[in-house]
Structures are given as structure tokens and as C-alpha cells.
Design a protein around this ligand. Structure first.
Ligand SMILES: [Fe+2]
Length: 274
């Protein structure tokens, strides 16, 4: 397997890391289709993303409570006892080894709606009203919708490669939500390339699905290593209680956590156009 260096900037600062895979430039085609996109007709269609005030009342507090319960349950199964006043951004002080962390993320990438004390159907209807298209929680291409809790420790390469979720058929018709939980700020939150959903495939160098590796870990989505116009990302940095909404064809990822002593936690949801 070859390795190439992925060079990018985030808010103007250069970063680089090695990506392993078999790389190629795509065909002369644009995958984003305005006709079927959940963001069609919005004022941010050409930008590809926006920040949306998703939560109301005590929902952010309930989200935090759910995260505490989930991590306490997983910790108990691994012999890690979390205190009652556990703060999620201090995760790295309790899950001390790489092995423990890997065991945690095996479980946090397959959570379901039932793990949370929240009404996701209500969230879906708020977002549907905002974008002006009917949306549903259920993905007809999946047996059960999954919720992914992402955990990125400080001073780590706990990142996925730059990618488009839309390269996978199961996610080509969704609207992505990235929701900050803890440890998210201008030095850690999810970077995106504005307008990159409109880039043609022959301007993007990438791997096939399940073909990208960082630090020995294989990722499901194809990894992007280069682009004709360079890889220049910004961090929209949504506030707690907000969600970053974006088309699955927007290039995102490489969410390097630059905070020295704070774990970043975020939630990924996908709503389907119905
Ligand atoms: Fe993604």
C-alpha cells in the first residue's frame, strides 16, 4: 500500500499527516445533485453548510447527561469507574491507554437513538422546517439508524481523513449534522472546505472505500489526499446547542484537536430526505 502526505490548512494554519491507500483522480463528473439534495433552495446551498440553533430548553443538558451515562456504562464494562461529577472533556484522564480508547470507540460508533434521553424525531422536524424539505430519521438503506459519538483526545491523531460521506451510497441522500458536546472550540471543531461539494471528481485525489488508513486504522469512507485547488479548510465552530448542517458531498474531516488538555466530543447524525 502506498502512503502519501496529506497537506492542508485549517483556518490558514498548515497541517500534514500520512495517509495510506491506493490513490487515484476521479472522473470528470459532479456528484452533488441539486435536484435530490436536502439543501436545495436554501440560502447556503453554494456554501454547502450552515450553523443551525437545533436545541431548545434543557436539551443540551440532557445531551450531556446521556453522554455521561453512555461513557459510565462503557467504562464499567472495561473496569474504568467514572466519578459522579465526570466531565466528558476530561475523558483522556480516565481512559488512559490506546487499547482502552480503541475499545471505547468500537462501541461509541454504533450507538442508537435509544441510548439518548432526547427526542430525535423532534430535532428532525425542526431541521426539515429550516431546510424546507421533508426529512426522516430512518435511512431506508440501513437496518437501523446509527448515532456516532466521536471522541478525539488531545495530542492525538484521533481523526478521520478528509472525505465526503456521499461517496458511500448509503449516505448519498442524507443531510449531515455535526453536534458539539464538549471540548469543541475554534481549535478543535470539525473543519470543512466551503463549496467543495461542487468540485468535480477529476479535481480530487482519493482512495476507494475502506481503502484509507491513518496511523494503522482503516476508515470506511474513501480518504481524500489532494485536490487541484489545494485543501483549505475552515472551522465553522457551531456553539453548544447548535448543529453544523452540511451536505454529505462537502469535504470535511481531519478534525485535529489542537487543545493540549481537553478531549473533544461530538455527535454525528444523518437525516434522510423523504
Ligand atoms: Fe463524515
Amino acid at each position: 500500500m502506498e502512503a502519501e502526505r496529506c497537506q492542508l490548512t485549517i483556518d490558514g494554519q498548515p497541517h500534514a499527516f500520512a495517509l495510506e491507500g491506493e490513490f487515484f483522480w476521479g472522473k470528470d463528473e459532479q456528484l452533488f445533485s441539486e435536484a435530490s439534495s436536502p439543501i436545495a433552495g436554501t440560502g447556503w446551498q453554494n456554501q454547502g453548510y450552515t450553523c443551525f440553533p437545533l436545541m431548545q430548553g434543557d436539551e443540551y443538558a440532557r445531551l450531556l447527561g446521556s453522554i455521561r451515562r453512555i461513557l459510565s456504562r462503557i467504562g464499567a464494562g472495561l473496569g474504568v469507574v467514572l466519578p459522579d461529577d465526570f466531565r466528558p472533556e476530561e475523558y483522556h484522564r480516565y481512559f488512559l491507554t490506546e487499547e482502552l480508547h480503541q475499545q471505547v470507540i468500537q462501541q461509541t460508533r454504533f450507538l442508537t437513538f435509544r441510548d439518548f434521553d432526547l427526542d430525535f424525531r423532534e430535532w428532525c422536524s425542526r431541521v426539515a422546517t429550516f431546510v424546507g424539505h421533508p426529512l426522516q430519521l430512518e435511512n431506508p438503506l440501513l437496518p437501523e439508524e446509527i448515532v456516532i459519538l466521536r471522541i478525539s483526545r488531545p495530542n492525538s491523531l484521533d481523526i478521520n481523513p478528509l472525505h465526503r460521506d456521499g461517496y458511500l451510497d448509503i449516505w448519498a441522500g442524507v443531510l449531515n449534522l455535526w453536534i458539539p458536546i464538549a471540548g469543541c472550540d475554534a481549535h478543535s471543531s470539525l473543519p470543512v472546505i466551503p463549496g467543495s461539494h461542487l468540485w468535480r471528481e477529476n479535481t480530487i485525489r482519493r482512495t476507494a472505500a475502506k481503502g484509507a488508513r491513518i496511523n494503522g486504522l482503516t476508515y470506511h469512507v474513501p480518504g481524500i489526499v489532494g485536490a487541484a485547488s489545494g485543501l483549505h479548510l475552515i472551522r465553522p465552530d457551531p456553539a453548544y446547542g447548535e448543529a453544523l448542517l452540511f451536505t454529505p458531498f462537502l469535504i470535511h474531516g481531519a478534525a485535529i484537536n489542537e487543545n493540549p488538555d481537553t478531549t473533544r466530543l461530538s455527535l454525528e447524525l444523518r437525516f434522510c430526505r423523504s
